[in-house]
Write a protein that binds this ligand. Structure first.
Ligand SMILES: *[C@@H]1O[C@H](CO)[C@@H](O)[C@H](O)[C@H]1NC(C)=O
Length: 416
């Protein structure tokens, strides 16, 4: 559903959305050409500069390649946001060519039913968000597809991609699909890896993404995959979504148990969560700040785009029809300081990775703190000076650090 932002009447608009600060046509095209040109010109300069003056690297531990590429990655990522272009995106309602998908990527695609009416409870209920069927990509080891064998230790992965709820896609061609692909290859315990194509900003706020992720989870449970065999995996905003989905599952089970014991059997908690650089605190600087006095998150060596008016616009579009205060809820900001005790009670074990060179470091630390305080088993891997979501930079990043992240996740998966 497309929101009508021109419709300014006395009645508050349901999905209030501030005007996007991104450049519009044709300035956005001119700007992106300009940014690419500057990047190409600067790249050799940065190689030379950081080779001659290693002390000037944004982090002293970075290799020359890492140091020289980071300004380029940052400029390009920022350019996409400034110009309002999506990176690696696709129409979430389009059906991909199944033959090509199989031939080129060895993957499958199917539609799953919209989240059933009876489960439209809690935060997924949103009068502005229509229920839709959800596209589900998958890799499977079995010829038959989604059927889970009786064999012990078979896990099913559900990967929720990152990209600030704006960029990327669940399609295997998307750069963010490198993560579920690698994890599926590396961990033989996964019989199948699913990737739900959830709806994105700016047209579809948080409730839509959560509703779609929930629809995919429920579809798997309905076809006989037990919840305790499902591992939710998410990087960046996908980690945020995985945490919200786990919370929704917990709250839905709790509310159904209150009504009838029969219905409660319909849902089951997942086995565990694997979170890479999770975005755990969208409330940062949101309520008390305007774009002019926005307090950037720490680690300005990171490539993540951190400009006040863009961040505030992103979070307010994510909130959609929810009131501003909803940003403080554990659904929105589980890694917020001062979250009350017990918000994670009943949560499955979690693997959490973050780096000390990324914007999401502080919220990763607090997320782990909040989880542990509530008695959740957490396996934590912290890598020194790595930027946000380094698994997406696997080609160029320090092999040892990348290896530590994978090993941490694999060891964790063995304990489930
Ligand atoms: C799907 O892809 C295959 C292989 O590339 C191609 O031969 C076929 O025409 C495509 N089908 C459609 C409907 O586009």
């Amino acid at each position: 559903m497309v929101r009508d932002i021109e419709d300014a009447t006395d009645a508050p608009p349901k999905h209030r959305v501030s005007k996007s600060p991104a450049l519009s046509f044709p300035l956005n095209y001119l700007r992106i050409v300009y940014e690419f040109a500057v990047t190409v010109v600067c790249l050799p300069f940065h190689f030379l500069y950081f080779a001659v003056l290693p002390k000037k690297r944004w982090r002293r531990s970075w290799t020359l390649l890492e140091a020289a590429l980071m300004p380029a990655v940052r400029r390009i990522m920022g350019a996409f946001d400034r110009c309002g272009f999506k990176v690696s995106g696709r129409n979430t309602f389009a059906e991909p060519n199944a033959t090509w998908l199989k031939l080129r990527y060895g993957a499958r695609f199917e539609w799953v039913e919209p989240l059933e009416q009876g489960l439209m409870s809690g935060v997924v209920r949103d009068s502005m968000t229509e229920r839709t069927r959800v596209g589900l990509f998958s890799w499977s080891r079995q010829a038959g597809g989604g059927q889970l064998s009786r064999q012990d230790g078979d896990l099913v992965g559900v990967h929720l991609h990152g990209g600030a709820y704006t960029h990327n896609s669940a399609h295997p061609k998307s750069s963010s699909s490198a993560i579920p692909k690698k994890l599926f290859q590396k961990c033989a315990r996964f019989s199948t890896m699913y990737m739900p194509e959830y709806r994105l900003l700016p047209d579809y706020p948080f409730s839509a993404a959560l509703q779609d992720a929930a629809a995919a989870y429920v579809a798997l449970v309905r076809r006989g995959v037990p919840g305790h065999k499902i591992v939710l995996i998410g990087d960046s905003s996908g980690g945020h979504l995985a945490l919200a989905l786990t919370r929704w599952i917990r709250d839905t089970i709790a509310s159904e148990e209150g009504h009838s014991g029969e219905k409660a059997k319909r849902l089951e908690h997942p086995a565990g969560l694997v979170l890479f650089s999770p975005w755990a605190d969208p409330s940062h600087s949101f309520l008390s700040h305007t774009a002019d006095d926005y307090i950037p998150r720490t680690n300005d060596c990171d490539y993540l785009f951190e400009v006040g008016k863009f961040r505030l616009h992103l979070v307010s579009s994510l909130l959609g029809s929810h009131p501003d205060e909803f940003v403080e809820s554990p659904y929105m900001s589980p890694g917020r300081a001062g979250q009350p005790q017990g918000i994670f009670s009943g949560h499955p074990p979690c693997f959490v990775h973050y780096g000390t060179g990324e914007r999401c470091q502080a919220e990763g630390e607090r997320l782990v703190e909040n989880l542990r305080r509530d008695g959740v088993r957490v396996e934590e891997v912290v890598t020194v000076d790595t930027p946000h979501d380094p698994l997406l930079l696997e080609m160029v990043w320090n092999k040892k650090q990348i290896g530590r992240i994978w090993d941490g996740a694999l060891n964790f998966l063995q304990t489930l």
